[in-house]
Design a binder for this molecule. Structure first.
Ligand code: AMP
Length: 115
């Protein structure tokens, strides 16, 4: 079964795509938690961070550099932002196609709520 994000990348589900190249696609999160909330997704399906291999090293670096580029383009680089990769249940992962969340545009507070 193709993932939701694979369908978005193939244009089968509409999205607000802000960046695309031969390795990654970036689009705005449908349920943003901040004024800027963009997902940077590899064009090939990798379910979770646990599934990354040494062969994906350059791809993961590229995802971060694309996020950096988009942060500058969105005008949030100087104030700052957060990059997040959620993995599996305790990480709160909902879509099993690795993605970097680029979140910013307001102060984001502590990284994780203390219990
Ligand atoms: P995660 O919990 O890290 O797997 O994040 C999945 C993200 O995908 C959530 O922030 C959702 O709001 C977002 N999302 C789900 N469906 C869509 C969609 N159709 N277009 C854009 N973002 C989506």
């Amino acid at each position: 079964m193709p993932t939701l994000f694979a369908k978005i990348i193939r244009g089968e589900i509409p999205s607000d795509t802000v960046y695309r190249d031969d390795r990654v696609t970036a689009f705005r999160d449908i349920n943003p938690v901040a004024p800027v909330h963009i997902l940077v997704v590899p064009n090939k399906v990798i379910p979770t961070v646990n599934d990354l291999t040494q062969d994906d090293e350059a791809l993961v670096g590229h995802m971060v550099l694309v996020a950096k580029h988009l942060a500058a383009k969105e005008g949030i680089a100087d104030d700052g932002y957060r990059l997040i990769l959620n993995c599996n249940a305790h990480g709160g992962q909902e879509v099993f196609h690795v993605h970097v969340h680029l979140i910013g545009g307001r102060p984001l507070g502590p990284m994780v709520q203390r219990k």
